[in-house]
Design a binder for this molecule. Structure first.
Ligand SMILES: NC(=O)c1ccc[n+]([C@@H]2O[C@H](COP(=O)([O-])OP(=O)(O)OC[C@H]3O[C@@H](n4cnc5c(N)ncnc54)[C@H](O)[C@@H]3O)[C@@H](O)[C@H]2O)c1
Ligand SMILES: O=P(O)(O)OC[C@@H](O)[C@@H](O)[C@H](O)[C@H](O)CO
Length: 383
């Protein structure tokens, strides 16, 4: 069984590549980082360390890599694969689409054996978004032929993998916890199941619960932590007031999720507790600037702050803490992050109200918009 995985970065090597390899897939990574690709090709293996007391290690063997700039090689690999996965960042999906489309074209020309394409990104409907990008490169005739043999099931992936500090550029340290849930209803017969993956008929509650708990809590800790001068999530979570802010924020998303999806409140509280403990893992060093990266994406309408806030508001609930988290995101001024630079320049040029409307798409007349502006002013002028 052959798998092609786009993005040999932290989650690519530390989670997806590892599970695929354990399940008997021969994994070919595709990346545009020349050094990473060369090392993977030369060595054919890498090490994953679990951030636990014992520091357990696993060697992932029998892997190889392709340079993503070599579109012919990418297309050939996709044409021959049983499974394509991605962990490149949701905004990068459009850039990998052409190679996948060319692979599909080659593939449907001489066979119709099934291909599953699963985007493992932090986004709602990641694989569906990738499908749109891929299909924009295909003729109607090829789309028709692909419709019965190429599936794009959506997925939710959860494992904290920080930026790596190892001398060995392939070595990756990951938290022990992981969860990978795939939408079974969009799958074709004959799929070689990936071990330890959960297959569900309705993914929506799972992806929203993950994104609006793990990722909402994480970015809340990151943005408030950044404002308070903490370098890592672990240090930020030692601040009692900050940890309480994270919990209150997850109380707001939790109330909305329980109402929307009928989750059991006690089970959801347990889920929140587990996640907060994961943020505190003393064996991890996770920088606030990684977790807060791409604030424009994180402030976008379908992401971890705005969507749960509007969902809660629609159920008649108050969202002061989500509004504060959005305000803290608007104050994330980190020159090495291109989205932070754009955000700060928009605020400077057009004012915070216009920036909120532009990036969150919440109209100025909406009560949540007013809450975010007030929280922004109060955080900006804090002592
Ligand atoms: N790190 C985590 O804790 C975590 C957990 C769950 C989900 N995710 C999601 O996984 C995705 C990747 O995150 P990450 O932390 O591994 O990031 P990362 O930066 O470590 O890895 C991304 C990789 O994609 C590569 N890439 C960029 N453009 C490419 C292209 N055109 N073709 C092929 N490869 C390309 C980069 O070179 C890099 O190696 C994101 O969507 C993220 O939200 C991350
Ligand atoms: O990857 P992002 O930028 O969407 O979010 C940053 C972190 O919250 C994220 O990578 C988490 O570590 C991960 O989603 C845990 O499953």
């Amino acid at each position: 069984m052959k798998a092609v995985h786009f993005g040999a970065g932290n989650i690519g090597r530390g989670f997806i590549g590892l599970l695929l390899s354990k399940s008997g897939y021969q994994v070919q990574f595709v990346d545009v980082n020349d050094q990473l690709v060369d090392l993977l090709k030369q060595r054919g293996e890498y090490t994953v360390t679990l951030a636990n007391e014992q520091g357990d290690t696993i060697v992932v063997e029998n892997i190889t890599a392709i340079n993503g700039k070599d579109l012919d090689a990418v297309a050939k690999a996709v044409a021959e694969a049983d499974l394509v996965t991605t962990a490149v960042g949701v905004n990068i999906l459009k850039f990998i689409a052409e190679g996948i489309a060319r692979g599909i074209k080659l593939r449907v020309a001489d066979s119709a054996y099934p291909l599953h394409i699963i985007a493992c990104e932090n986004a709602i409907g990641g694989s569906s978004q990738l499908k749109e990008h891929v299909y924009s490169h295909l003729s109607e005739e090829i789309r028709q032929r692909a419709s019965s043999s190429v599936a794009f099931p959506n997925a939710a992936v959860d494992r904290i993998v920080p930026l790596q500090q190892h001398e060995d550029k392939l070595h990756v340290t990951v938290e022990p916890f992981f969860e990978w849930v795939v939408d079974r209803s969009a799958m074709l017969p004959g799929f070689h199941e990936i071990e330890e993956v959960d297959y569900v008929d309705n993914l929506q509650p799972y992806i929203e619960r993950k994104l609006f708990t793990v990722n909402t809590g994480h970015c809340t800790a990151a943005y408030h932590g950044f404002l308070k001068g903490y370098g890592t999530i672990q240090d930020a979570m030692k601040d009692k007031a900050l940890a309480a802010e994270v919990r209150e924020t997850l109380g707001e998303t939790g109330a909305a999720l329980v109402r929307e999806y009928d989750f059991n409140q006690a089970d959801h509280n347990q889920y929140i507790d587990t996640i907060i403990e994961r943020f505190r893992n003393p064996h991890l060093t996770d920088e606030v600037v990684r977790v807060g990266r791409s604030p424009i994406r994180k402030l976008s309408p379908n992401d971890r702050l705005v969507r749960p806030a509007l969902m809660a508001h629609a159920h008649g609930m108050q969202v002061p803490h989500l509004a504060r988290a959005m305000a803290a995101a608007l104050l994330f001024d980190y020159p090495e992050d291109p989205e932070s630079v754009e955000l700060q320049s928009t605020i400077k040029e057009h004012g915070v109200q216009a920036a909120i409307t532009k990036y969150t798409e919440i109209p100025e007349t909406h009560p949540v918009h007013e809450l975010v502006v007030a929280a922004y002013e109060s955080l900006k002028h804090r002592d």
